[in-house]
Ligand binder design. Sequence first.
Ligand SMILES: [Zn+2]
Length: 340
Amino acid sequence: MTERERHGAGGVQRLQFLRDGVAPVTYSPRYTPNFAALGIKHPSQVRAPTRIHAAFIAAMRAAGVSDFATLEPEPLRDDEIALVHAPGVIDDLASADAIARVLSIPAFRAMSVAALQQHIVSAQRSCGGGTRLGVRLALERGWAINLKGGLHHAKHEKGEGFCFFSDVAIAHGLINRSQRLRDTLIIDLDAHQGNGAALMLGDRADVRLMDVFNRDIYPRDETAARRVKYCYPLSAGTGDDEYLRCVTHGLLRAFAAGRPDLVIYIAGTDIVAGDPLGKLAVSVGGLYERDRLVWGACVTNGVPILMCLAGGYSPRAGEIAGQAAAACVLRHTDAHDDRK
Ligand SMILES: [Zn+2]
């Protein structure tokens, strides 16, 4: 690694953007569930991964960075899901009732399970595959972004809250089969409490969790909160100052306690004011500052980071998430420096 690669043009430490023309960004057109094929109009289309991807590519292009490829992951297989989940979770992927329950769409109960698997479940398998691949890429390259993922409500024995399984727990389990990680820090800054991830991973000696969330919305899980080492429950309507104070405090504590081998950052954009589910009042500028704090802590300490784009439910959520991800790449990698 040359001095320039290490420090970039401005003397700030920078990560390598490209290797063989490929950026460590995982995405597939298969991430987006196809509700239309089932005759259902669903509000999630505005935050669909296709929108996140389009906004990400557009923001990179606007900054003069267009000559790069992203990586399309293989979907998660049953045996990979079964590594950390109870068998019932796999059975539920073949049950229209269970799929309807996890997604809170009662109409799905009457539909063919084959169609639900093809158009809905397969999308989460692909997103989860992006997290699995993203962990490997982050460890190899110092950073990675999955343009979705962060399915943090699924529990060991059942899916819930739009999440059929825990992509983070699965990816963590899979990487530890080949490469033993001593300390993984999961930083969950989605507006919702990451109850499933906390219940599945919070008791492990090789995992630490930080969670800053709105305590006034789903899932309000106190058992899960007790398993989170750096836990910051906030009230609905919390704005930039208090939110960023908690993020800063949590990062300071987490990194002071030790340098993790890997950070998995669940970066929901549903903290932004106006999000109908998140119900916090953070500005878009506050969101960018949050991402800067997390990436800054990782880059400064030389810790690999995987960012998963997680939740966001406003009409602008896809656009905001894609642009915020591009801002992280442009700030912390040498994508710009390579421009002639
Ligand atoms: Zn959320």
